[in-house]
Write a protein that binds this ligand. Structure first.
Ligand code: NDP
Ligand code: 8X3
Length: 252
């Protein structure tokens, strides 16, 4: 099979948009999902001269919208071969005792519940056809703690372990599951985290050469292009400007 039906959530920006561009090649068909209709339309206009594109304006937190989107896909898009569960966000960097509960709820609803809604909507068809691939976007924050990472890191740890558990449930099928865990990458991510404060967002990347959205898109494509009997379980990547820290010690 040459082309694939590829659904990418969070395609209006960052990794998702770069992945849409990299997959806009011969015989693929793209389903691009996000909340911002204008950004999706603009991207669709750019890509539709290369491949068929279906845009899905939806909030992944709304399970009814997710189910309807998948159930009502035009016939040529309806058999999804690859789902890239990428939609997600961090909100705030305050310590746990000061963070806003509402921010925590939004991260849980998006990064965990949204991801499982999309998975649950698409997976039965993949299992029935005995082919398909779910690529979940985790984060280094899911494995490595940092101050203020509290619930964001927790949601990405969920993505990590959920991906492993998916593959164990899928054993005996030819449906693949992968978690890609990037470190810091310059996208709209920090602007969203700091609620529109671009100066704060810029500080995150200042003096470094962060990963780019294209770096992650290339990784998604590479994982997806492996022969069908090869399941990449997990990939973690960072810019060479980032590493782990030593244990922190508080001294009186
Ligand atoms: P961006 O902010 O650039 O993109 C996030 C995308 O998610 C947007 O397209 C946004 O679309 C979409 N999205 C957010 N909430 C929802 C929602 N409720 N429903 C539908 N779509 C939604 O960030 P990145 O590209 O960097 O982030 C993509 C993923 O990668 C996220 O899961 C993030 O946690 C993860 N990640 C990011 C890293 C980084 O440093 N940038 C590193 C590691 C992981 P819209 O607003 O139009 O809905
Ligand atoms: C995004 C990377 O380090 O801001 O997941 O958590 S980080």
């Amino acid at each position: 099979m040459s082309g694939k039906n590829i659904m990418i959530t969070g395609a209006s920006s960052g990794f998702g948009m770069a992945a849409a561009r990299i997959f806009a090649v011969t015989d693929n068909r793209l389903i691009l999902a996000a909340r911002r209709k204008d950004a999706l339309l603009k991207l669709s206009d750019e890509l539709v001269c290369h491949v068929p594109v279906h845009i899905a304006v939806l909030d992944v937190r709304d399970n009814e919208s997710v189910k309807a989107c998948v159930a009502e896909l035009p016939l040529e898009f309806s058999e999804i071969d690859l789902l890239v569960n990428n939609a997600g966000l961090a909100l705030g960097l305050e310590p746990a005792h000061q963070a806003l509960l509402e921010d925590w709820e939004i991260m849980i609803d998006t990064n965990i519940k949204g991801l499982i809604y999309c998975t649950r909507a698409v997976l039965p068809g993949m299992v029935e056809r005995n082919r398909g691939h779910i690529i979940n976007i985790g984060s280094t924050a899911g494995a490595w703690p940092y101050p203020g990472g509290n619930v964001y890191g927790g949601t990405k740890a969920f993505v990590e372990q959920f991906t492993r558990n998916l593959r164990t449930d899928l054993l005996g099928t030819r449906v693949r599951a992968t978690c890609i865990a990037p470190g810091m990458a310059e996208t709209e991510f920090s602007n969203v985290r700091f609620k529109g404060d671009q100066q704060m967002a810029d500080k995150v990347y200042k003096g470094t050469e962060p990963l780019t959205a294209e770096d992650i898109a290339e990784m998604i494509k590479w994982v997806s292009d492996r022969p069908e009997h090869v399941n990449i379980n997990h990939i973690e990547l960072m810019t060479i400007h980032q590493s782990w820290n030593h244990f922190a010690v508080h001294r009186e």
